[in-house]
Design a protein around this ligand. Structure first.
Ligand SMILES: Nc1ncnc2c1ncn2[C@@H]1O[C@H](COP(=O)(O)OP(=O)(O)OP(=O)(O)O)[C@@H](O)[C@H]1O
Ligand SMILES: [Mg+2]
Length: 534
């Protein structure tokens, strides 16, 4: 009898700082090392005079080629230049970011004396393509690939995948435990994801999801970098920030020191000839590092509190707090979390770097029907990632659809003209949690002008705001006495749809084909040169 051959299934976690690949085959998940033998691949791309480098090859030459090495760009996805959070990132990036006409950011690099522009999606696609190569070396032919880490609407949330990993690891103990509430806290390089889920016989379900798409280990490193740069300036009277190469060397030292401070309470920083042949030697204590980041750490804890509130769950009801993501290793954050839950011991049993990729591989295998054990059924409702509101009198934001509302969602509002002969009104739609409208992100505007002259209170404008399952927003305004109507569609920002991911993967294949073509040209040229030398 013919035996069904199971083809491997792939899970990829594309993070802000690292990518990780899991493959499910022969009944278990393996995290696949890249060609350098590492289980995580830096999400870094560089252009040199002759070639394009991705992953470790790009990361390792950052200090030599700072202006042409790109990292952390996942933070640019879905953002516009001018967004407050982007401006603070830009300060620390050695590469140049410029705006397209519609404000979309473009990364500006130079290649063979020419300026070349890349959309952040292009850079992510290049990293993704490399991660696919890592997977393919281990799993050929593969069938299904689940991509996580991209803050995607309408696909399994990363925190749920990490929760799945936790659940499978704890399977034995869990079977008889009944339904429990579990919190997953995923603090990576660029983002914090917090989910409150129920785990039980019936499967796993996300009750509330929260976090911050702009809070992570990169920010902690930047704070340390700023501190060290200031110290160097104080000691030597030179502003090291003017030198991109020196700044990147200092960044690498900051990253190293930050990690050391997760294990011991003091770290040495020693860099020879950092700037103008001046050596830099100093020490940094864990206490100082914690002071430098106090507000950021507090924000992490506040996100947890908000998620609990959104879920309507008391702290004491939470059975387990599962730590995921490289930055969840920071001792102060662990202590603050533990304190929040009344001195609770946190769950560190899943591998914080690999839990999402592992869960993604299991999910791929489950979708394929090849997962051999009984995987818990995953349930979640796509919810709005932020509150959605419009600007009202005094520049305040009036929340129309709250954060964490199940999608699709809609709401109708009513306005009347409040002065005589008011010619119209502008409806500004924002996304965010701040009380002042302009502290949030402006998503779009509807200019409802051209109202015929009438006394105050006569014009009655109904505004209908609708969010579909893909987080596309439609704003429809109607003045019912005159029948005037106007509508505007707003594309989702800050998170991607499944369709966009599919496009990115396609793009990645195109880039790969281009690389192959370039390699063929280089090989041909080398062969020709060899021939002429003979
Ligand atoms: N021992 C450590 N102490 C402190 N921070 C650490 C440690 N190890 C790793 N990190 C930090 O963890 C971050 C990377 O974590 P991770 O790989 O989970 O992020 P990511 O998945 O790439 O990003 P994201 O999930 O935010 O998109 C980096 O900022 C790194 O500095
Ligand atoms: Mg991550």
């Amino acid at each position: 009898m013919a035996k069904r051959v199971e083809s491997p299934s792939i899970g990829i976690d594309l993070g802000t700082t690292f990518g990780c690949v899991g493959v499910y085959k022969n009944g278990h998940v393996e995290i696949v090392p890249n060609v350098q033998g590492n289980r995580k691949t830096p999400a870094c791309v560089a252009l040199t005079h002759v070639e394009r480098l991705i992953g470790e090859a790009a990361d390792s030459q950052l200090a030599m080629n700072p202006l042409n090495t790109v990292f952390g760009v996942k933070r640019l996805l879905g953002r516009r230049l001018g967004d407050q959070s982007l401006e603070s990132d830009q300060k620390w990036w050695p590469f140049k970011v410029v705006a397209e006409t519609d404000g979309k950011p473009q990364i500006c690099l130079s290649y063979k004396g020419k300026t070349v522009m890349f959309a952040p999606e292009d850079i992510c696609a290049m990293v993704l393509s490399t991660l696919k190569d890592v997977a393919q070396a281990e799993a050929q032919p593969w069938t299904l690939c689940v991509i996580a880490g991209l803050n995607v609407i309408r696909t399994v949330p990363d925190t749920l995948l990490a929760g799945l990993t936790y659940c499978l690891e704890k399977r034995g103990a869990r079977a008889a435990a009944g339904e429990e509430k579990v919190m997953v806290f995923d603090l990576g390089g660029g983002t914090l994801g917090v989910s409150l889920m129920t785990v039980g016989e019936g499967g796993m379900e996300v009750k509330a999801a929260g976090g911050d798409t702009h809070l992570g280990g990169e920010d902690f490193t930047n704070r340390l970098l700023q501190h060290l740069a200031e110290e160097f300036s104080r000691k030597h009277g030179r502003n090291v920030r003017w030198n991109a190469r020196a700044m990147q060397r200092l960044r690498m030292a900051s990253e190293r020191a930050k990690r050391i401070l997760s294990t011991i309470t003091k770290a040495m920083v020693e860099i020879d000839s950092l700037y103008d042949d001046l050596d830099f030697r100093t020490t940094i204590t864990r206490d100082r590092f914690e002071e430098l980041n106090a507000d950021l750490f507090q924000r992490c804890v506040s996100c947890v509190e908000t998620t609990l509130k959104d879920a309507g769950v008391e702290k004491r009801e939470v059975k387990e707090v599962v730590l995921v993501g490289g930055s969840s290793r920071v001792p102060k954050i662990q202590q603050m979390l533990s304190d929040l839950f009344g001195g609770k011991e946190l769950c560190k049993s899943v591998n914080p770097d690999e839990a999402v990729a592992y869960g993604a591989a299991v999910q791929a295998a489950t979708l394929e029907g090849s997962f051999r054990e009984r995987a818990p059924v995953l349930r979640w409702t796509d919810v709005t990632p932020h509150a959605l509101g419009i600007e009202v009198g005094g520049g305040m934001m009036d929340v129309v659809i709250p954060r964490n509302a199940p999608m699709p969602a809609k709401k109708e509002l009513f306005f009347s003209a409040h002065i005589d002969n008011q010619p119209g009104m502008q409806i500004n739609v924002f996304e965010g949690e701040c009380r002042r409208a302009w502290d949030n992100r402006l998503l779009g505007s509807l200019d409802f002008g051209g109202l015929p002259p009438s006394p105050a209170g006569y014009a009655r404008i109904f505004v209908n705001i609708e969010i579909d399952a893909n987080y596309k927003i439609q704003v429809l305004a109607e003045e019912r006495r005159t029948g005037m109507k106007k509508c505007v569609d707003i594309e989702p920002r800050g998170c991607l749809t499944k369709l966009e991911i599919a496009r990115m993967v396609e793009e990645a294949e195109r880039f790969k084909a281009e690389d192959r073509e370039r390699k063929r040209t280089v090989d041909a040229r080398n062969a020709l040169e060899d021939l002429t030398k003979k």
